[in-house]
Design a protein around this ligand. Structure first.
Ligand code: MYA
Length: 448
């Protein structure tokens, strides 16, 4: 039987997912050969299509082998360590990313970063100021390039290998300075700064194909406020539907359904930590947390009530034990040139876990996940979220279809720097590109 249910309009999904994946496309063919990656072919990363024979680091060095001073820049530029605790410098980062990080073709939407978002994303426990590296124009002091590293401990669960690493994010170059080979300089400099701290591996994601992804996930999204998404031309009305039928399709109840669901509090930390630690063993590549790191991840950088990260737990009404939790972060878009709406609320699924994963009853686990994620949608609606996004990472393939997430055209590639691993499944069939409801991914780590 053909699927008669209305599907989100492909044009709108394409636009959304291009925004989110920063250029990764579903049918992207590998246009470049290894020899054409002038920079990446010099770096300790697996070659394209390299057959992996062993897992492990690619090159081994010591901090004393690494230069003490930054790489030279062209004479008009200078290095600048950005102190994001200084309001004026945080504003500069905000301005650079607002104008130059990522936008859609028609420049209709922009990421609306907030100070709280940066404080959460860039200042986890163990963060270092000198891992927020900028490039300025010498004469004017204008910030034109930026890259960040944050500490993270990765684990390959099959071999139980722990890899002290960093996550690399927010690589951005002013539009007028593009294609001038500044990105490789920023990457080499952040590598130097991280290596000086005796850390030799990094995790990063990109829409573009580089040598060589350890896995690839697909974006999916779930409209919550379909009418508004349609108003801002984010979602288009399929020709065989009415506005009312689309609104009805995506309507949600006002109240959550899981008994015992409530916002997470600091006192839940020990139980959530224990649950997530066990749950993470389901996946092949995960982030392992110290308790204070998980606290920052799930409860935020502010002392109370984060506006950026939302976490909920299920406290069993019978036993008082925490049986499940989920979290998502909020990063809205500013809507430009629209008289009706100024902002689009966007949520991204973050970490979650459920005791029901540990039994033998897979259908029951899938059902539990669908219940939890529907409740995540209901709670997100209260924070003015218009669209809820998730990747095909974690066990998300198990609920994507059931919870009316539409598969998108965007792909996100995951990379490990200076480490070879066996390929990891990304939650969708690489041939058909369909989300595989019966086979979930091996990716347990979530990047921002
Ligand atoms: S992903 C987000 C990236 N940012 C954006 O998409 C924002 C908008 N775009 C820009 O600002 C620029 O277009 C960027 C490139 C800065 C992306 N990751 O200077 P160029 C290679 C890695 O002439 P530009 C994120 O933040 C490209 O293949 N490499 O190019 C994670 C070519 O190399 P090759 C990339 O367009 C970042 C070279 O750069 C990316 O002016 C992880 C061209 O340089 C990309 N996203 O600037 C970084 N895009 O010749 C790696 C292009 O070989 C971290 N390129 O093809 C590695 C680990 C480091 C730490 C290690 C510690 C141990």
């Amino acid at each position: 039987m053909p699927d008669e249910r209305p599907k989100p309009d492909p044009k709108s999904i394409e636009e959304l997912l291009k925004l989110l994946s920063m250029g990764g496309e579903l049918n992207e063919v590998q246009k470049k050969e290894m020899k054409d990656y002038k920079f990446w072919k010099t770096q300790p990363v697996p070659k394209l299509d390299e057959k992996i024979l062993n897992e492990g680091p690619i090159e081994i060095k010591k901090p004393e082998d690494v230069p003490d001073t930054p790489l030279p820049l062209l004479k008009d530029f200078e290095w600048s360590t950005i102190d994001i605790e200084e309001k004026a410098q945080l504003e500069e980062v905000y301005d650079l990313l607002y104008e130059h990080y990522v936008e859609d073709q028609d420049a209709t939407f922009r990421f609306k970063y907030s100070h709280e978002f940066f404080n959460w994303a860039l200042k986890p426990p163990g963060w270092r100021k000198d891992w927020h590296a900028g490039v300025r124009i010498k004469q004017t002091g204008k910030l034109v390039g930026f890259i960040t590293a944050t500490p993270v401990t990765l684990k390959l669960t099959k071999s139980q290998t722990i890899i002290p690493s960093v996550e690399i994010n927010f690589l951005c170059i002013h539009k007028k300075l593009r294609s001038k080979r500044l990105a490789p300089v920023l990457i080499k400099e952040i590598t130097r700064r991280v290596n000086k701290c005796d850390i030799w591996q990094a995790l990063y994601t990109a829409g573009v194909v580089l040598p060589s992804p350890v896995t690839t996930c697909r974006y999916t999204h779930r409209p919550i406020n379909w009418a508004k998404l349609n108003d801002v031309e984010f979602s288009h009305l399929p020709s065989d539907q009415t506005r009312a039928s689309m609104v009805a399709r995506y309507s949600l109840p006002n109240a959550t359904k899981t008994p015992g669901l409530r916002p997470m509090e600091a006192r839940d930390m020990d139980q959530v930590y224990d649950l997530l630690t066990r749950f993470q063993e389901r996946f092949e590549l995960v982030q392992t947390f110290e308790k204070k790191e998980l606290f920052h991840c799930l409860l935020g950088s502010e002392s109370t009530n984060s506006k950026v990260i939302k976490s909920f737990v299920v406290e069993s009404p019978e036993t008082g034990k925490i049986t499940d939790f989920f979290s998502y972060y909020l990063l809205p878009f500013t809507v430009l040139n629209n008289s009706q709406h100024k902002e689009l609320g966007i949520a991204y699924l973050f970490y979650y876990a459920s005791e029901s994963a540990f039994g033998d009853d897979l259908p029951a686990y899938k059902q539990r996940l669908a219940l939890l994620m529907n409740d995540a949608l209901v709670t997100a609606k209260k924070f003015n979220v218009d669209v809820f996004n998730c990747l095909t990472s974690q066990d998300n393939s198990y609920f994507i279809e059931k919870c009316k997430f539409g598969s998108g055209d965007g792909l996100l590639n995951y990379y490990l720097f200076n480490y070879k691993t066996w390929p990891i499944y990304g939650g969708f069939d690489p041939q058909t590109k369909e989300v595989t409801e019966d086979k979930a991914s091996g990716v347990g780590v979530v990047l921002l």
